[in-house]
Design a protein around this ligand. Structure first.
Ligand code: C5P
Length: 206
């Protein structure tokens, strides 16, 4: 079976998906990493990220591989592990432009739908667009301030600047970030990581 965990930026999706996947003994799939990898490669090649055709030509000439593990996903291009570079601020600020292109979305969706279930899939549109038939769907939210404070613990950046960047990304990602009508919405603000994982595990169909 497929469990989908969608939500806004820095709502804890990856950590929650990893914890749920580990408890179930299945891998998790981080769709955002493919958008991030597309952005990184476009930036490194000096491409205009608003030009989807040029970007896709570039991506198709250098195939990427998403390695979905329960402990953490990695993205490879040949022998190069792109993962350590995917959460740079430069990628954060370019990724929404890349993710807005329908053809780039189709390129990511094709790679995700080719994976063999069972797994936990996390992103923005896993429950609505990529795996609408999934029997268990969740959507994580938290206020911009709570999310910025969490992220500030991982990065040496000012919390105000992080909050502004998150709010900007929320606005740009709005089109592909609506919760599925059948998703359970979880406000992670008052919960610990284990608390969120526990809510999801308790809600899964037997
Ligand atoms: O999940 P994460 O914040 O790493 O995703 C990075 C970016 O990738 C998002 O800001 C969004 O633009 C894009 N994304 C998307 N659809 C997904 C996953 C991520 O548009 N399913």
């Amino acid at each position: 079976m497929i469990v989908t965990i969608d939500g806004v930026a820095a709502s804890g999706k990856s950590s929650v998906a990893s914890g749920v996947a580990r408890a179930l003994g299945v891998p998790y799939v981080s769709s955002g990493l493919l958008y991030r990898a597309a952005t990184l490669l476009g930036q490194e090649a000096g491409l205009d990220l608003t030009d989807a055709a040029e970007l896709l030509l570039h991506l198709r000439s250098r195939p990427l591989r998403l390695e979905p593990l329960a402990g953490g996903n990695r993205v490879w291009q040949g022998d190069r592990d792109l993962t350590p570079d995917l959460h740079a601020s430069g990628v954060d600020s370019g990724v929404s432009v890349v993710a807005a292109h329908p053809d780039v979305r189709a390129w990511v969706d094709g790679q995700l739908r080719a994976l063999t279930a069972p797994f936990v899939a996390e992103g923005r549109d896993m429950g609505t667009n990529v795996f609408p038939e999934a029997p268990a769907k969740f959507y994580l939210t938290a206020s911009p301030r709570v999310r910025a404070e969490r992220r500030a613990r991982e990065r040496p950046e000012d919390v105000e600047a992080i909050e502004a960047a998150l709010s900007r990304r929320d606005a740009l990602d709005m089109a592909q970030s609506a919760p599925a009508p059948d998703a359970q919405i979880i406000d992670t603000g008052p919960l610990t990581l284990d608390g969120v994982i526990g809510v999801i595990l308790a809600a899964l169909p037997a």
